[in-house]
Design a protein around this ligand. Structure first.
Ligand code: TMP
Ligand code: ASP
Length: 237
């Protein structure tokens, strides 16, 4: 398997073609972005920490029966994945109120959400990822009914698996964002699961251990990601 030319470069990852049409290489970079790319910085070691973190989580999800694009780690900052046809929507589940939900509904950060909420957002930085619903997805053909149902079911399965995994490590899974794609007719989890795309709080102190440290200028961003990785038993280098 050979690495070929770049296919796409996002805010934190680059994607390369390979000589297998069904496989891509993801390169997790140190670039860190927030507010739809308005705030950008390079944070040392973040690419490697996120690559290894993502590999660990994707393997746990596969073991629990969630189909993912993850194939294998290739190097410190690179992984081999299946090439999916991505749906341009983001699936967000929230167990505790934080972030845009608090702004939108005027609720206090930290409020327990039981049952958890599910939201779709359109993946579009220029429009600031607006919230959408199933009707928009169907009307614009972003996914079929079957794919919408699969995304919702898989996103909640991920919640069951990861809430427990994190709680056993003394962490609250506050919320997270997933992206899915089609692989030869199957809806498969793509993109990444790292502290860049979820909120994780210490279960005792509620200290933030995720990208909110970067968004809010709290410092110690990669150190927090490493702390989470260490607690979960993710092998780092
Ligand atoms: P929000 O509170 O900003 O709506 O985000 C909810 C969760 O989803 C939070 O863990 C961050 C994650 N997220 C992303 O990583 N990227 C995105 O573009 C969006 C909309 C959310
Ligand atoms: N991932 C998005 C960005 O980089 C949104 C965020 O995390 O704040 O701009």
């Amino acid at each position: 398997m050979n690495k070929l030319e770049p296919l796409y470069s996002g805010k934190a990852k680059s994607v390369y073609l390979t000589d297998d049409v069904d496989k891509l290489i993801l390169h997790f970079r140190n670039d860190t972005s927030a507010f739809d790319g308005e705030k950008m910085e390079k944070l040392e070691r973040k690419g490697e920490v996120n690559n290894r973190f993502n590999a660990f989580i994707m393997q746990k999800l596969e073991e629990a029966g969630v189909p993912t694009h993850f194939e294998k780690l290739l190097s410190a900052e690179e992984s081999l994945v299946k090439r999916l046809e991505m749906m341009p929507v983001e699936c967000v589940v929230r167990n505790i109120a934080a972030g845009s939900l608090c702004k939108r509904l005027g609720v206090q950060e930290g409020m327990d959400l039981s049952p958890p909420t599910f939201e779709f957002f359109l993946k579009n930085d220029a429009l600031h990822d607006p919230m959408i619903n199933e009707y928009h997805i169907r009307a614009f053909g972003w996914a079929t009914d079957e794919q919408i149902t699969a995304m919702q079911n898989l996103t909640f399965t991920v919640n069951d698996v990861l809430k427990k995994l994190f709680l056993d490590a003394g962490l609250l899974l506050v919320d997270y964002k997933l992206e899915f794609g089609d692989f030869h007719g199957q809806t498969v989890l793509g993109d990444e699961f790292t502290p860049d795309g979820c909120r994780l709080w210490d279960s005792e102190t509620r200290k933030k251990l995720d990208k909110d440290r970067f968004r809010q200028g709290l410092g110690g961003v990669v150190e927090a990601y490493e702390e989470v990785a260490h607690r979960l038993g993710v092998p780092l280098s």
